[in-house]
Design a protein around this ligand. Structure first.
Ligand code: NAP
Length: 529
C-alpha cells in the first residue's frame, strides 16, 4: 500500500486546488480520478453547447493573482473547451501532473483504527494508506437516466449528456429526441436544433431561462476587470451567491410597479444573473418572486411565435430561483424552427419506447438518437458507489439514506480524517462553485495543519455540532421558498431519495463567517485525538 499524507478523490477544480495546497504545505498527496483527463464535471460533460453560466472572469481560481491576471478568457461565458484549457494550464503551471492518477476509481475506503489511517482500494488494484481522505468528487457526478418502458429495445443511439462519447457526433439529418430541460437540456437543445432534421423536446417541467448575452471578451472588458480583480473577488464573497454583481439590497415590493419594470428591463438587457440581483427577497417572499416570474414569462411569450408552444414553455410550477435558473441565447428561438417540436409530458405522457421511436399518449415520434439531459443523483450520489467506512456500522452512503449529515458540508461525525469539498450542507449549487471550493479547501488545509501542529492524528466533527448544523440548515431552508420546487437541491428529482434541502441557504457571507469563527477559535466543534 502506498503511504500518503492525503489521498484526494477527484481531479476537478476542487481536487486540483487541494493537491496544490497540500504540496505547498509539504505533504505527500495524490489525486485519483475515474476519468481519462482532468477537469471533473467539465471533462465528462462534453455534450454540444456545454458552457458555464457564471462569467469566465469569476468562474476561475482567485488564489493566485498572477494566474488571474495572466490568463486571457476569450468569451464572457467560457465554453467547456476553454475551461478545460484553463484547467490544463493550471495543472502545468503549478506542477500538479505527477500527483494525478487518472482512470482510477476508489472502490472502498476503510478507516483503520489501529494505524489511524484510511486504507483505500482502487479499481486498478492499487492500494493507498493515507492519513487523510478528501472527497473532491463533485455534486453532479452520478447521472440519472429515467426508467422508461422499452428503452432497452431502442435500436438507435442512447446518450446521457454526462456520459458523452469522446468522438464528436454529427446530428445532421438525424431524428433526435431530448428528454430534460434543465441547464444542460437548454444548452444541448439550442445546439442540436441547428443540425437535426427533426428534434423533439420532451419537457416535464418548464424552466425559467434568462438571456446569457454571451459575447467575445473585449480587451477593454478584460482590462477593466483585471484592474479591479482583487476588490471584486473580495466583494463577491460579501454577496449571497459569491458572484460579483450589482446586488440591490431592498425588497422588490418597496418600489412602484413602474420602477420595478424599468429595473427588470435594464438588467434583462445586461444579461446573465444580473436580474436575479435586482432585489433581495425573491427567495423569501412569494409576492416579490411573482413580480419577476411574470416578467420572465412575458419575455418568453414575446420570443416564441406559436402561442401554443409558448404556453407550454411558460414556467409556472415553482417560484423562480428555487431551482437553478438557466441562461440561454438561442433556446427559445429553437422552438421557432420548423424542425423543432415540443412535447409537454404532463399533458402528453410517454407511453413506451420502441426500436425506432417513442409513443406518447397522442402520437408516435420516429427517433434515431435519444439524448437524456435528465440530470444527476446530485451531491450525495457521488459517494453512493464508493464503500466508505468509518466508526459506524453503516457506510457513508447508507448513513446518509435519510438525508445527509455533515458539519459545514466538510466532514462527517463518525468518519475520522475524512473531508468533503463542497459536500451537503455547504453553499455549493447556490454559489459560484469555484469561490466555494477555494474556501472549503482552505478550511480543510487549515484544520489538517492545526491537527499536525498540535500532534493530533485524528480529527472529526463532534456529533452535537453536526446536529446543530443540520438543524440550522433545515431552519434556513424553511425560511425560504426553496422547498416549493422539485430540484436536485432538495433531492426530489430522484425517486425515493430523502427530501432534504442539501445546500446551505444562508448565503455565502454567513457561511464564511461560521467557518472563519470556527477556525479563529481553534476548531471547538471538532474532536481531535
Ligand atoms: P437538472 O437541472 O436536474 O434537469 C434535469 C431535467 O431532466 C429537468 O428538466 C427534469 O424535469 C428532467 N427529467 C428528469 N427526469 C425525468 C424523467 N423521468 N422524465 C422526464 N424528464 C425528466 O439537470 P441538468 O440540466 O443536468 O443540470 C444540473 C445542474 O448542472 C444545473 O442545475 C447546474 O447547476 C449545472 N449545469 C450548469 C450549466 C451551466 O453552467 N450553464 C450547464 C449544465 C449544468 P423536471 O424539472 O420535471 O424534474
Amino acid at each position: 500500500m502506498k503511504p500518503l499524507d492525503v489521498l484526494i478523490v477527484g481531479a476537478g477544480f476542487a481536487g486540483l486546488y487541494m493537491l496544490h495546497r497540500m504540496k505547498l504545505a509539504g505533504r505527500s498527496a495524490q489525486i485519483v480520478d475515474e476519468s481519462g483527463g482532468v477537469g471533473g464535471v467539465w471533462y465528462k460533460n462534453r455534450y454540444p453547447g456545454a458552457r458555464c453560466d457564471v462569467e469566465s472572469l469569476q468562474y476561475s481560481y482567485s488564489f493566485d493573482n498572477d494566474l488571474q491576471q495572466e490568463w486571457r478568457w476569450t468569451e464572457r461565458y467560457a465554453s467547456r473547451a476553454e475551461i478545460l484549457s484553463y484547467i490544463e494550464h493550471v495543472v502545468e503551471r503549478f506542477g500538479l501532473r505527477d500527483g494525478i492518477r487518472l482512470n482510477t476509481s476508489v472502490e472502498a475506503a476503510d478507516f483503520d483504527f489501529k494505524t489511524k489511517r484510511w486504507l483505500v482500494r482502487t479499481t486498478t488494484g492499487e492500494g493507498f494508506s493515507a492519513q487523510f481522505l478528501v472527497l473532491a468528487t463533485g455534486s453532479l457526478t452520478m447521472p440519472n437516466v429515467p426508467d422508461i418502458t422499452g428503452l432497452d429495445s431502442f435500436a438507435g443511439k442512447v446518450l446521457h449528456t454526462a456520459q458523452w462519447p469522446q468522438e464528436p457526433i454529427d446530428f445532421t439529418g438525424k431524428k433526435v429526441a431530448v428528454v430534460g430541460t434543465g441547464s444542460t437540456g437548454i444548452q444541448v437543445i439550442s445546439e442540436v436544433a441547428k443540425y437535426a432534421a427533426d428534434l423533439t423536446v420532451f419537457q416535464r417541467t418548464a424552466n425559467y431561462a434568462l438571456p446569457m448575452r454571451n459575447q467575445p471578451l473585449t480587451p477593454e472588458m478584460d482590462r477593466e476587470w483585471k484592474a479591479n480583480y482583487l476588490e471584486r473577488r473580495s466583494r463577491a464573497r460579501e454577496l449571497p451567491t459569491g458572484v460579483f454583481g450589482d446586488f440591490n439590497d431592498v425588497s422588490a415590493l418597496s418600489v412602484t410597479d413602474d420602477e420595478r419594470r424599468q429595473e427588470y428591463e435594464r438588467r434583462w438587457a445586461l444579461g446573465g444573473f444580473q436580474i436575479m440581483m435586482a432585489y433581495n427577497d425573491f427567495l423569501t417572499n412569494q409576492k416579490a418572486n411573482d413580480t419577476i416570474a411574470e416578467f420572465v414569462r412575458s419575455k418568453i411569450r414575446a420570443r416564441v411565435h406559436d402561442p401554443e408552444t409558448a404556453r407550454k414553455l411558460l414556467p409556472n410550477e415553482f417560484p423562480i430561483g428555487t431551482k437553478r435558473v438557466c441562461l440561454e441565447d438561442s433556446y427559445y428561438d429553437a422552438f421557432n424552427r420548423p424542425n423543432v417540436h415540443l412535447v409537454a409530458l404532463k399533458e402528453e405522457p410517454i407511453v413506451e419506447i420502441f426500436p425506432n421511436g417513442i409513443r406518447t399518449s397522442q402520437k408516435f415520434v420516429e427517433v434515431d438518437t435519444f439524448i437524456f439531459a435528465t440530470g444527476f443523483d446530485a451531491i450525495t450520489g457521488s459517494v453512493a458507489k464508493v464503500n466508505i467506512r468509518g466508526a459506524l456500522a453503516e457506510n457513508l452512503s447508507q448513513h446518509w439514506k435519510g438525508g445527509p449529515r455533515s458539519l459545514f458540508g466538510l466532514g462527517v461525525s463518525g468518519f475520522p480524517n475524512l473531508f468533503l469539498v463542497s459536500g451537503p450542507g455547504s453553499p455549493i449549487g447556490r454559489s459560484n462553485a469555484v469561490t466555494s471550493i477555494e474556501q472549503n479547501v482552505g478550511f480543510i488545509a487549515d484544520i489538517i495543519s492545526f491537527a499536525g501542529d498540535h500532534g493530533y492524528s485524528t480529527v472529526e466533527p463532534s456529533s452535537e455540532a453536526q446536529d446543530r448544523w443540520v438543524e440550522n440548515l433545515a431552519e434556513l431552508a424553511h425560511r425560504t421558498l426553496y422547498m416549493k420546487a422539485k430540484s436536485w437541491w432538495n433531492g426530489s428529482n430522484i425517486e425515493g431519495k430523502a427530501r432534504v434541502f442539501m445546500i446551505y441557504a444562508g448565503g455565502v457571507p454567513s457561511y464564511l463567517a461560521a467557518c472563519n469563527e470556527e477556525k479563529d477559535s481553534g476548531f471547538p466543534n471538532y474532536i481531535f485525538g
